[in-house]
Every structure is written in C-alpha cells, then in structure tokens.
Design a protein. Sequence first.
Length: 398
Amino acid sequence: MTVTAHQERPSRTELGRCLMESGALSSDWAPTFAAIDRTTFLPRVMWPFLPADRVQHHGAGAATPHTVTVDRRTDPAAWYGYADSDLSIVTQWDDGTHRGEHPGTVPTSSSSQPSVVFRLLAALDADGGQHVLDAGTGTGETAALLAHRCGSANITTIDVDPSISGAARERLCTLGLYAEAVTGDALAGHPERGPYDRLLCTFGVRTIPRAWVEQVRPGGIIVAPYGTHYSSRDSVARLTVHADGTASGPLLAGVEFMKARSHRTVWPDAEEYVKEWPGSTGTAVQPDQLADAHHAISLAVPHVAHTTHTEPDGAPAAWWYSLTDRSWAAVRWPEEYGPGIVYQYGPRRLWDAVEAAHAWWEEQGSPVLGRFGLTVGPDGETPWLDGPGNLLPGARWR
C-alpha cells in the first residue's frame, strides 16, 4: 500500500476537528481519515447538496435545500471548500444519462456526508485482517477507507454501474489500494470472495437481501441504510448474522441515502387510486404527532407510500397509498390544532392502521428510533421494539 499522509489543507484540518468533536470520527479511525483524502475521489465537476441551513436566503418563505454546480478548473477555492465540508456531494445524475454541468433530474450517485460515513464505519466495527464487502462503490472513497483499515486484499467493492466501478478502480489503484472492484448487482452480493466478516452498504434498501445474510459468516455484521416505502428516510440497521441463517440487530440513527435502483419507490398515480370520494370521519391526531411517530408508523404500516403537502388555503394535508392494491387515505387539517377530516377507501383501511400504530407508539412511551430493531429471516423482515420478542403490531412481512 503506497498511501502516505498528504499535505493538510486548513479546511480539511478543520473538517477533521469538527468530525472528532461531534463524535463521528473516533480516534482509532483518525489515521485513516488523515491518509485518505476525499478530494482524490471527487470529479472535476460536482454538485454539493446544500441543506436549508446552508442556503443563503433572501425574501419571504423558508430556504429550500438544493445542489450547486462547482468546477475545480474554474473555481478551485470553492471546489476544495465544499470537498472539505461535512456535506454530501452528488457525482452522478439520472443513472449516468445526464450530460452537461447543470444539475440533472434525479441524483443517482454521490460522495456521502463524511460524518455519516464514519458513523457507518464505527457501526461496522471492521478491523485489520477482516474480509469486507463494500456494497455500492460510488466514488470509491469508502472502499479506500476500508482498505487502509483492513488491508486492500481483504476488501471487495461492487457497483452496478460499470462507469462508476471503473473510475473508482482507477482511483484506488492510483493510491496503491488494490481492492477488488467489480461491476455487478450489489444486492446479490459477490459470493466468489465470501464469506465476509463484514458487509457495508452505502445505498438505501427497502428489504435486506437474502444473499447478504448468506454471504456473511455467523457472528459477522451487516450495516445498511434500511427503510420502507413510507418515505425516503432510512435508519442505519446493524445486524448480526446468526448460525441459524437469520440476522438481527438495532436500527440506529436516521439517515437518507439514494436507493438501490430496484428499490426506488414508483410513485402511485393518484388518478388510478381516487375514483370516488367516500364519506369523511374525524381524527384528533395532529400532523406533528404523526411526524414524531414516523419511524414506528413506517415499520408498522408496510407497503405504503406517504406524502404531505400544504393546500392552497394553508391547511396541512397528508396522503397514503397502498402499494399492494388501490387502497388510499387522505387527511386534511383545516384549523390549526383542530380535528382532521379523514377520507379512506379500499380493503386496506390505511388511516385506521396509521392511527393504530400512532396509538401503540404512545402506549409504549413514545420510544425513540434506537429502541427499534429488525430480524431478517428466510421469509423477510420482522421489526421489533426493545428486543425480538416484542413485535410491532401486524408488522411481519415478506
């Protein structure tokens, strides 16, 4: 391995300090952070994602998160400044079909936020000599971090996009990090190099692939951003593989990753669902209460797409669409803190299920995300609270 400590830039030194102070970067990973420079893995033209609190805003209304275009050739100071920031950076749009320097339509590959990357690595608990499968090569930076930590010969990284995989392989080789970089479906794993001691996924999944459990040895660990179609949010699932062919563990901090191509939610066409308006009922549940219980509802009401919006008169509203049939539900709150007006249609009484999940969450003492977990078996995932014996109501699904 030929990686050596590079000349520190003040902005990168500051990033390392912030990561250490926040707890994202632990002291044992600090040498790896020092050795692997993110800029080595970023393209000349990139699109940093600016959250609302980083957007310069003028005028009425809230600031809107968005991406900006940065070219190292024309504005190197800005390019390095963003590279040395705790921001995610889009590196591909529209599965590679996008051309030009303006942002595309759908971001499909990125350099993840450094604080999130190092928290994932901490959860993975990988060490020297362990064999690791890095699912989702992206820029190749995560594979480089793992190669520095565990040894290049122990790292396999896989990405479905040949152009992404090829570029990452070149970057890794430039640093003398000869990890095995292959092109293929990361959801299927890479059995040729298994079994693995650790598996790290750096894209969002809507189900834990059976292949991952089968390719990680008993006692090994899988770390992946996991969520349901209820929203784009994910939770970091840290699953230990057991000798009986199952895997289980807690759901850690909330994150949001680009989804595997085959796991992206195909958004329902409302016109195909709403053929008529049924009679309305009422509810005392408020929008902020639903938001607080989001993680519980998303696990307890599976195979549902959910969205919120504000109507022209300022009233908040929410919709739920079943992904297994044409059932739907809608709620509108015409008065602040007043009762909501509920409409639901179809064999799945979606609002009833959402309301029941919220009530259960309150009965359990409004548990935070870290108390939830997941067991993965041959038949799919089963979410639980505080332990595998305390299942969420009606939440076992394939």
